[in-house]
Ligand binder design. Sequence first.
Ligand SMILES: Cc1cc2nc3c(=O)[nH]c(=O)nc-3n(C[C@H](O)[C@H](O)[C@H](O)COP(=O)(O)O)c2cc1C
Length: 281
Amino acid sequence: MKRVSIDIKKNQNVDIYKILAAAITPRPIAFVSTKNKMGISNLSPYSFFNAFSVDPPVVVFSPTGKPKGKDQKDTLSNIIETKECVIGIVNTKIVQQISLTSCEYPSGVNEFEKAGLSEVKADLVNASLIGESNINMECRLVKVIPLGNKSSSGNLVLCEVLKFHVNEKIMNHNFEIDPKKLDAVSRHGGNFYGKTTEDSIFEIPKPKAKIGMGFDKLPKKIRTSSVLSGNELAVLASYEDIPKKDPDFVCNQTSLQMHEKAKKLINMNQVDLAWQYLIHD
Ligand SMILES: Cc1cc2nc3c(=O)[nH]c(=O)nc-3n(C[C@H](O)[C@H](O)[C@H](O)COP(=O)(O)O)c2cc1C
């Protein structure tokens, strides 16, 4: 692999942003609803966003930059003033409306109205739930951490989640949310977005062992196989020990055929049997 190295100090913010925003993907999008001190709602998307603690449940997003004529974005001003917000999760049915709310409207313009989205009264905080979001989180501000005072400096907004509101159609009684029904939209670099379609989602069973043996413990013949990929070797290396040979296992194939058969079996999730082919090679 030939690499292009990019020195932060020798490049402009706009290019650093392009790389950060394209590299750290797919990013979840926080649809942040706040109110100003006059009680007027504000709604904007923030994809510098994630969850960082379960107890207390803390999520963080980052308003970055100063719009023309303002010291900071309205969401940041409002949350510093009221100490409360609602964060909604974005889905494909409203993605164009989300994009519309990201216009730099003057302070005091209600983006729920601009984008035709519905305000629903929250139980605990002075900000509206987003009627069209499958998940809304009522949040209280923990603190704001400014990361600098330059035009592209971020401001980490740490929010404690006080209450979730989840569309009952997307969650079972065990609090398991179906990712396909959630229909979350993610942000990529440039103008790219991602959706959670049937073929973009897959499961990886947790490593079979409590502590997988690791690549270094795989027999050399397996580790250096010309047939098995890094992913396939990782499935084998997630076993705690090399399985014992099954005395009833009979196979009269060449080494290459055995590895090819094992490869197929790993990808069909029949890993115990794949191991037998590999250790009888
Ligand atoms: C999908 C999406 C994600 C965005 N993420 C961020 C972000 O993480 N940080 C940020 O400062 N601006 C982000 N923006 C731009 C803001 O939404 C935009 O500046 C908005 O006008 C801010 O509104 P406000 O002043 O009402 O808070 C994003 C825009 C879009 C469309």
